[in-house]
Design a protein. Structure first.
Length: 379
């Protein structure tokens, strides 16, 4: 009868298997296994495959190797100072006219734009497209000098557009040596415009001066009777031709804007823009309350109804502050004269939100950039 086998000696999980296993021979070296091999030993075969063939990993390794190679090549180049090396490198294509990679591409090859033929009108002039309310419309392109004659004179610093129209109709302007009386004629580049026997041209640099006008000066550019004008007060400004915006009577003092910007002068002078003006008037006697209320309600003068924006008593009942936007001639004096008062002093203390702060009587200053921007965007 065979003896009973001990299950413990044959079980692979049993601890006695090690005791019953044959002893290792002396002198055998212990096999070394890396951590990655130990980690991969129990990994799934698919994971092992993906680790070797992962495209992202392969791309990173290739780029890293390319950078190292390029840095090495650059270092060798600068150490050896080999100038011929640069022509054979791919990144030198922009600098080398011709290399083993062929001629360097031109920038214009990538920046060429499609050119469309110019559209012309029946008269042969270039057409430009402008947006209208409903659709695009084509207009003939006008040269830079093709502006109305009255605007041309205004840009030349002769006077404002409105005064220029009257000046042209009076026959004081000649075109190509002939007296011309049409303000709407568009001046061409070849035309010669003359005023007072002097050739005039539009000015490029705009000048804006704020003057605190004293008493006894006429608001005009020249006077036939050789009286003092406001131009005498700003002759040291060295600003070329200018003209006053609006008017102040000879005996009226205060703010007066002077410029050679015809567009701005037209804008400030036009009644629809209602430019605010504030005056301080000193009367020959106290201003009665009933007359005060009449002015507040509105007065009818020989040229129509006139309303003031504000009116108030100042230091005394003879000193009145009045705000008005009308640009009619001598309007403030005529308001008080219609009620039986005499205006002994009249001073304009504000014009288009500009004040006479730090401007002494008879002195002037240039407008600041901020003030110019405000006037141009004035509504």
């Amino acid at each position: 009868m065979e003896p009973r086998k001990n299950s413990k000696t044959h079980s692979p999980k049993s601890g006695t298997a090690k005791r019953n296993s044959p002893a290792k021979q002396a002198g055998d070296k212990k096999a070394t296994v890396s951590k990655s091999e130990k980690k991969d030993a129990g990994a799934h075969p698919f994971d092992k495959f993906m680790k070797k063939t992962n495209p992202k990993t392969a791309y990173k390794n290739e780029r890293k190797q390319d950078r190292l190679t390029e840095e090495k090549n650059k270092k060798e180049f600068f150490n050896a100072k080999d100038t011929s090396f640069k022509k054979d490198r791919p990144y030198a294509k922009k600098d080398a006219a011709v290399s083993q990679y062929g001629p360097a591409p031109k920038v214009t090859d990538y920046t060429k734009t499609k050119t469309t033929p110019e559209r012309t009108s029946k008269t042969g002039k270039k057409l430009i497209s402008k947006k209208s309310f409903h659709h695009n419309q084509d207009f003939e392109e006008l040269p830079e000098a093709a502006m109305p004659l009255n605007k041309y004179l205004a840009h030349a610093g002769i006077c404002g557009r409105r005064d220029a129209a009257a000046l042209i109709k009076s026959g004081k302007v000649s075109l190509n040596g002939v007296v011309f009386t049409e303000p709407g004629y568009r001046v061409q580049e070849t035309d010669v415009v003359m005023y007072d026997q002097v050739v005039v041209k539009p000015v490029q640099d705009k000048v804006y001066i704020l003057l605190n006008k004293p008493k006894g000066f006429i608001t005009t550019t020249d006077d036939e009777r050789s009286r003092k004008t406001v131009m005498d007060l700003v002759k040291n400004a060295d600003a070329g031709r200018m003209y006053p915006v609006g008017r102040l009577d000879r005996n009226t003092t205060g703010l007066l804007l002077m410029t050679n910007d015809g567009d701005l002068a037209q804008k400030l002078s036009h009644p629809k823009n209602a430019v605010k003006k504030i005056y301080q008037a000193e009367l020959d006697k106290d201003f009665k309350k009933e007359d005060f209320e009449k002015v507040q309600a509105g007065l009818t003068l020989e040229d129509g109804l006139i309303k003031v924006d504000e009116i108030a008593y100042l230091e005394t009942k003879r000193t009145i502050g009045i705000e008005i936007h009308s640009g009619k001639n001598r309007i403030v004096r005529r308001i008080f004269e219609s009620l039986g008062y005499v205006v002994e002093k009249l001073d304009r203390v504000m014009y288009a939100n500009l004040t006479k702060k730090n401007i002494q009587r008879g002195k002037w200053r240039f407008l600041t950039d901020k003030e110019i921007i405000f006037l141009k965007h004035f509504k």
